[in-house]
Design a protein around this ligand. Structure first.
Ligand code: P6P
Length: 339
């Protein structure tokens, strides 16, 4: 008998029934988000053909990254899909320096949305997978005004939902509302995301490591020791691991979630001997950490659980080591000098 076809909308409704306190506002928020990512998927998938979309827009975003026109398109689609539904009290995005208030003409809602509209966009011209990442909180502040920065700077464990879309050989949306991790594949002929990966569980240990080895001279000692260890020849412990690195966070984490193993973007001293991290807490590390932990994995800075990190600014950066539980635990032992 053929498996039942479950659309994302139906799945979200079913998830809502798991939250007796849910009023349907949250469900409608996710429905609006789905529309935005379908529109982004349509443009990403034809970026190679649409010259006015391709190429850098010539501007830089707050993180100093060159903004591609598709970044702006994705930002615009997310904002216009989410600003009027009455679900949100405030938004924040990689592409915007400060918080994004809900326009006065629209009703305020109970939730906070943080997102990276198009992560990895520097890879677009090479047709490498890129992605959208989102993180959702319930409002923390009270009052009749819009949400504030305080509503956006939260401990990751307060997230009510997190997800990403990977625009690759197919377009997949992966999300969690705290009841497991579920993957949906877009059927372009229907314009529907269909359940393709129910209850994703990351293998407890993998055989793949994912890191930019070009930064190795600048890593801290613990990271160097760990990477050296997993590259040693020891068939009994499945070493050496294979290296897979796409350079697009959503694609690298998606592969790690499905196949197991470990993704690392540790701090490095590339910049004039100053120890710095690259990935952002609010719309990269926190949502990916919620997803991977919900799938049975682990996410750490090396010394702290990512979901316990409480950012002091919207674009704060953090070291991210994420993946199979046993692999990340071993990294922490090396990083903390216990091995
Ligand atoms: P590097 C893409 O620019 C990004 O922000 C992430 O998607 C990705 O994981 C990382 O940077 C890649 O950085 O320094 O290896 O090119």
């Amino acid at each position: 008998m053929s498996a039942k076809i479950v659309t994302l909308q139906r799945h979200i409704m079913e998830q809502q029934s798991l939250h007796p306190e849910a009023s349907g506002r949250f469900t409608r928020l996710l429905w609006d988000l789905t529309l935005a990512v379908k529109l982004i998927a349509r443009e990403v998938n034809k970026a190679g053909l649409v010259s006015e979309i391709m190429g850098a827009a010539g501007t830089e975003n707050v993180s100093g990254d060159q903004v591609m026109k598709l970044d702006q398109y994705a930002q615009d689609r997310m904002f216009k899909a989410m600003d009027h539904g009455g679900h949100l009290c405030v938004m924040a995005s990689e592409e915007v320096e400060g918080i994004i208030p809900i326009p006065e003409e629209f009703p305020l809602g109970h939730y906070v949305l943080l997102f990276d509209p198009l992560d990895g966009s520097s890879n677009i011209d090479a047709n490498v997978s890129v992605g959208t990442i989102f993180s959702i909180y319930a409002r923390k502040t009270r009052g009749r005004q819009g949400g504030t920065l305080e509503d956006c700077l939260r401990r990751g464990s307060e997230q009510v939902a997190a997800g990403y879309v990977v625009y690759g050989s197919s377009t997949m949306l992966v999300y969690t509302t705290g009841n497991g991790v579920h993957g949906f594949t877009l059927d372009p002929s229907l314009g529907e995301f269909l359940l393709s990966h129910p209850n994703i569980q990351i293998p407890p240990r993998g055989k793949i490591y994912s890191i930019n080895e070009g930064n190795s001279p600048y890593w801290e000692a613990g990271t160097k020791k760990y990477i050296q260890y997993i590259k040693e020849k020891d068939p009994a412990s499945n070493r050496p691991y294979s290296l897979r690195y796409i350079g697009s966070l959503v694609a690298d984490v998606h592969r790690t979630l499905l196949y197991g193993g470990i993704f690392l973007y540790p701090a490095d001293e590339k910049e004039a001997g100053k120890l710095k991290a690259k990935l952002r807490v609010t719309y990269e590390a926190h949502p990916m950490a919620m997803i991977v932990e919900q799938a049975g994995g682990r996410a750490t800075t090396g010394t702290q659980r990512i979901l316990e990190v409480e950012p002091k600014s919207l674009h704060e950066r953090v070291p991210l080591v994420i993946g199979s539980r046993d692999d990340v635990l071993l990294y922490e032992e090396f990083f903390q000098g216990k091995r």
